[in-house]
Design a protein around this ligand. Structure first.
Ligand SMILES: Cc1ncc(COP(=O)(O)O)c(C=O)c1O
Length: 457
């Protein structure tokens, strides 16, 4: 099957004002009966009825290009027939097995071991967690604590690791933490190489990776105030923080510093893993090596699943140290096996690199021509456009980003926003999006940006 056959051919097709009549009613009812901690439908008021590849149809018959992919979960697109086939086959056999072994469970572990790079290949241990990425983070930290007997933790500015208590403590966004006190104690944040807004006031020209050096200083100086940590957790390419790609050297140094101070390093690959950035794992760009890797989102081929993969010598935690009812989602495991085979058979990394650099180049042209686009960046199909009020001062333009999302939406593009100031439009399409469809979507996004720019000037 060719990639264009996965998506709805008519996308985008918008029939009138959005949301349409039926969508409006359902959105209203949701607000009435569901808890008020909702988030996505507030920015993208869509009621999805059908998803195909990189396209979505709503209940009013409008068809959208999906640059969001269920927050990066749907790497192989909505309702990928090959994944669905594997799912149906599994669901006709058995669907829930806790952590009892099944053939498909072991097949997934074997597949994961095969796609690991370097010394991790065929040697990592895999531990499944509850169905969300946050639980993989919880278990990664727990494993590091078992190994080190320590409790302090290192995290990085701009990092997002989830909403359970430990994961939220490691997440840098203050919004989630202010009303959720107390956070777990002893989490220390180190600057990330967010070079567009360097927290140390450096530029690429005069930078000597002072951000990484600061991490070393914290570990080395007996008066840094930070006790020897149990682990450091980092996204090798940041997702929710605004599609931030640090220089490879930064990630390499952070992992080397960790190693030399005997601090287990956890690479959070929940969003950037599984070919999203044009490598199976995003840490491979920097040729860095992790101790523990957190996995979720694309791991289950669109179905809920999480796991950690770690060096086998770290496997010290013993019976029932991390349990959970739903850590045996065999449906997701079958989908995961089919996904990994699909990634390999279709050489998805090549496709991602080709379509990703095409989108990036198009957006770079926009960066030059537009007064509200401050920075365009990304790797593979994890791209971001950072909006500013002024290109000199780089004042973050939160409102402008929200308006671009809205103007894109009414033209048939689903796009979410992230970043430190909620001012980054994030491109996270299914990896099977074709260059042609991506091109149509980017052109519409550019129209939306130009419209917003015209309206405000
Ligand atoms: C890098 C990263 N880690 C952890 C998480 C948390 O995953 P979940 O929302 O499935 O708990 C996310 C979610 O977006 C993520 O992007």
């Amino acid at each position: 099957m060719k990639f264009e056959e996965f998506s709805l051919a008519e996308a985008p097709k918008i029939k009138g004002d959005l949301p349409g009549i039926k969508s409006k009613m359902i959105l209203k009812r949701q607000r009435e009966i569901e808890g008020s901690a909702l988030s996505y439908p507030l920015g993208l008021p869509i009621v999805m009825e059908e998803g195909r590849g990189a396209t979505v149809k709503d209940v009013d018959g409008n068809v959208f290009i999906d640059f969001f992919a269920g927050a990066g979960v749907l790497a192989l697109g909505h309702c990928n027939p090959i994944i669905l086939e594997a799912v149906k086959k599994q669901q006709n056999k058995i669907t829930h097995t806790l952590d009892f072994p099944t053939e498909i469970r072991l097949e997934l572990i074997e597949n994961l071991r095969k796609i690991m790079p370097g010394t991790l290949k065929d040697s990592v241990k895999v531990q499944f967690g509850g169905p969300t990425g946050s639980d993989a983070v919880e278990s990664a930290i727990k494993l590091a604590k078992y190994n080190t007997g320590r409790h302090a933790l290192i995290a990085f500015e701009g990092g997002y690791h989830g909403m359970t208590a430990t994961a939220c403590s490691l997440t840098s966004g203050k919004f989630w933490k202010e009303k959720y006190l107390p956070m777990i104690s002893e989490v220390h944040f180190i600057p990330y190489a967010y070079c567009y807004r360097c927290s140390l006031g450096k530029t690429r020209e005069n930078c000597e990776f002072e951000c990484a050096a600061f991490y070393e200083h914290v570990l080395e100086d007996p008066h840094s105030g930070v006790v020897q940590p149990a682990a450091a957790i980092i996204e090798p390419i940041q997702g929710e923080g605004g599609s931030i790609v640090p220089p490879d050297e930064y990630i390499k140094r952070i992992s080397e510093i960790s190693r030399s101070y005997n601090v287990p390093i956890i690479f959070d690959e929940i969003q950037a893993g599984f070919c999203r950035t044009g490598e199976i794992f995003s840490f491979q760009h920097a040729k860095a090596s992790p101790d523990i890797i957190t996995l979720s989102k694309a791991l289950g081929g669109g179905f809920p699943l999480s796991a950690i993969a770690y060096r086998e010598d770290l496997d010290v935690w013993g019976k029932a140290a991390h349990i959970g009812t739903f850590r045996g989602n065999v449906t997701a495991m079958a989908a995961g096996v089919a996904s990994i085979q699909f990634f390999i058979e279709h050489n998805i990394n090549n496709h991602v690199n080709e379509v990703g650099s095409y989108i990036l180049n198009e957006l770079k042209t926009l960066e030059i021509s537009s007064n509200i686009v401050g920075d365009v960046r990304g790797k593979g199909l994890m791209l971001g456009v950072e909006f500013v009020e002024n290109k000199e001062t780089k004042k973050p333009a939160t409102e402008i980003a929200a308006r671009v999302r809205e103007e894109s939406f009414i033209r048939g593009i689903l796009l979410e926003i992230g970043g430190h100031y909620n001012n980054v439009a994030r491109f996270l399409p299914p990896l099977i999006i074709t260059k042609e469809l991506a091109g149509i979507g980017v052109q519409i996004f550019e129209e939306a940006v130009n419209k917003v720019e015209k309206d405000i000037h």
